[in-house]
Design a protein around this ligand. Structure first.
Ligand SMILES: [Zn+2]
Length: 89
């Protein structure tokens, strides 16, 4: 007989402002595959899409926005709630 023990915890998840937000736009035209590359701001990613569309007439893009998130245990002591992230301080 296999027995399992489960422990349920209250968790929260929050955006980590220090990690910033990464913007990237990919052309979704058939077999194109080009993209803006990761950008620290929305503007250069969108500018790339407009330029690419003007040069190729491709007009469908997939936008990807990523950020960093920190998961914390609700009942952890305050010291443990501090971020142990890999982000530079
Ligand atoms: Zn394209």
């Amino acid at each position: 007989m296999i027995r399992s023990v489960y422990r349920f915890e209250d968790l929260s998840i929050e955006h980590v402002p220090e990690g910033g937000v990464i913007w990237e736009v990919f052309c979704a035209a058939y077999q194109c595959g080009q993209g803006s590359g990761p950008q620290d701001d929305q503007e250069p990613a969108q500018r790339w899409a407009l330029s690419h569309s003007g040069a190729t007439s491709h007009n469908l893009f997939r936008r990807v926005v990523t950020d960093h998130a920190d998961v914390m245990y609700a009942d952890a002591p305050a010291a443990e709630k501090e971020r142990d992230s890999l982000l530079p301080r």
